[in-house]
Design a protein. Structure first.
Lengths: 312, 184
């Protein structure tokens, strides 16, 4: 059950057993955040840099706290306050940071594939914290962890993901992960945001929310990404809400013990009714809580111990 | 790697006697058993801890809480052993603040595991005292750590290994000295 990857670039390159190792490690580490002294010394002396070229509250602070709870030193960097605005190339920025003896770089970037690019020349471990419309591996891992916690399994569950699938790295990572673990995934949204080629990911597709939600075990609502809506993928927010919003009436038809998830930030009463978002069926804040344990597990498995032989 | 058994040092009868003796020593030394908690170091320390707690219950009818400690995150040598890479849960569902903590492990060798365990305990609270019980003290300590209760002191060579086998996981109670040998 050992972990031999040097980087976490996405869910796609991971094996089922590597995913399980991360989930099980996170389960062991979760307890640390409930202690009075929320800290263990295992990554003492390791230096990590958070490179966030896109805005983020949850992921960035979650990685920061995860690193600190393992006693690593972490420094966060955001695009607007860096030399990137002076025209420094990404590669130069990263090489300069690495010259400060970093052990890991956590990167979020609007361009898909940026973490892979970094991994071609970096000495440090590279962790993908969201790249363009490609992957967001730690989000999928914390989602799986939260589902497993609520449902005690992943295999055989019917997971419905609703919203802007086309632009969603969260959806993509979730499909990869859930399929590997034997769950059934149904992608739902307007045709322009859930084009037929998305089925190549191994998930089913439906444009009828009422039909899709029936008998669902897990309903994962995605944010309507207002910043990516210039192209008019759907006629209006009002129409979107009528067809795809998770309302109490729709939720009633799901499985009795169904749970509601959302990676955040939520647009209240757009993709999800306020009432449901705050209900006991919602595990949205548990997802955030578990995010810390997952990121601790990832940092521990990549950086823990001495340098080893990596398979990637 | 193959290993050969050099000696069977204790059988189930001797092991039982050692447990009884240690439990008696603990009850004699800890007048206030209500302030005692037992913490076993994964994996075998946990089972030894539970047996001690059962004996105290038998002798004095007091339920002493038993917790489980995983020290992986506190090791200074964990990268050298692949198995040790896996973090398991620490389960201590009671406060150790101002308690007399009885720390339990199967074998005392270099003392580094106990050092890690004590660091970990102190992060969880401030115990009144920490006492150490090990089933086998095999020598070769690298740190100034000694046990308060010992099942058996067993001088060994560094090359040898001491295996404490317990019914709960190994189907049988026995203590073996083994040595790496033969061809892989």
């Amino acid at each position: 059950m050992s972990f031999k990857k040097k980087h976490l670039l996405g869910i796609q390159p991971l094996t089922k057993s590597e995913i399980l190792t991360i989930l099980n490690t996170a389960e062991s580490l979760k307890e640390i955040s409930k202690r009075e002294v929320k800290k263990v010394p295992v990554l003492r002396g390791k230096t990590i840099i958070n490179l966030f070229f896109e805005p983020s509250t949850r992921t960035r602070s979650s990685f920061e706290l995860a690193a600190k709870r393992l006693s690593a030193d972490i420094s966060s960097f955001s695009k607007t306050t860096s030399s990137a605005v002076k025209g420094e190339t990404l590669k130069d920025t990263v090489l300069n940071l690495e010259a400060m003896q970093t052990d890991a770089l956590i990167i979020r970037h609007s361009a898909s594939g940026t973490p892979h690019f970094l991994s071609t020349f970096c000495q440090s471990h590279v962790i993908n914290a969201g790249d363009g419309t490609h992957e967001h591996p730690t989000q999928a891992l914390l989602d799986a962890f939260t589902i497993r916690e609520a449902k005690k399994r992943l295999k055989g569950l019917k997971v419905v993901i609703v919203g802007d699938i086309l632009h969603s790295r969260v959806a993509r990572s979730n499909v990869f992960l859930l399929k590997k673990m034997g769950a059934q995934v149904l992608l739902v949204g307007p045709p322009a945001l859930v084009p037929p080629e998305m089925s190549q990911l191994g998930a089913e597709i439906d444009h009828d929310m009422d039909r899709a939600v029936k008998k669902a075990d897990v309903i994962m609502m995605l944010r309507i990404q207002m910043e990516r809506q210039q192209k008019n993928y759907f006629p209006s927010i009002r129409e979107y809400r009528q067809l795809y919003s998770l309302t109490p009436k729709r939720f009633e038809t799901a499985h009795k013990k169904a749970i509601i998830m959302h990676p955040g930030p939520i647009n209240r009463d757009v993709e999800i009714s306020t009432h449901l978002a705050d209900s006991i069926k919602s595990v949205i804040l548990k997802q955030v809580e578990n995010g810390i344990a997952i990121r601790m597990a990832v940092l521990y498995l990549l950086l823990g111990g001495k340098e080893r032989d990596f398979t990637d | 790697m193959k290993e050969k058994i050099k000696a069977r040092v204790m059988d189930s009868r001797k092991i039982k006697r050692a447990f009884n003796r240690m439990a008696t020593e603990i009850t004699e030394r800890n007048r206030d058993l209500n302030n005692l908690v037992i913490i076993g170091i994964r994996t075998r320390g946990v089972h030894i801890a539970k047996r001690i707690a059962n004996l105290i219950k038998e002798y004095d009818n007091i339920d002493v809480p038993v917790g489980i400690l995983d020290i992986t995150l506190y090791r200074d040598d964990f990268s050298e052993l692949e198995d040790k890479h896996i973090v398991k849960k620490t389960e201590i569902n009671f406060s150790i603040e101002n308690k007399n903590v009885l720390l339990v492990d199967d074998v005392l060798f270099t003392g580094r595991t106990i050092r890690a365990a004590m660091d970990s305990l102190i992060d969880l609270g401030r115990p009144k005292t920490i006492q150490l019980l090990v089933f086998i003290d095999r020598g070769h300590k690298e740190l100034p750590i000694r046990a308060d209760y010992t099942g058996k002191s067993l001088p060994t060579s560094r090359r040898e290994q001491v295996k404490v086998k317990l019914k709960e996981i190994d189907k049988k109670d026995e203590v073996l000295i083994t040595e790496p040998g033969g061809i892989e």
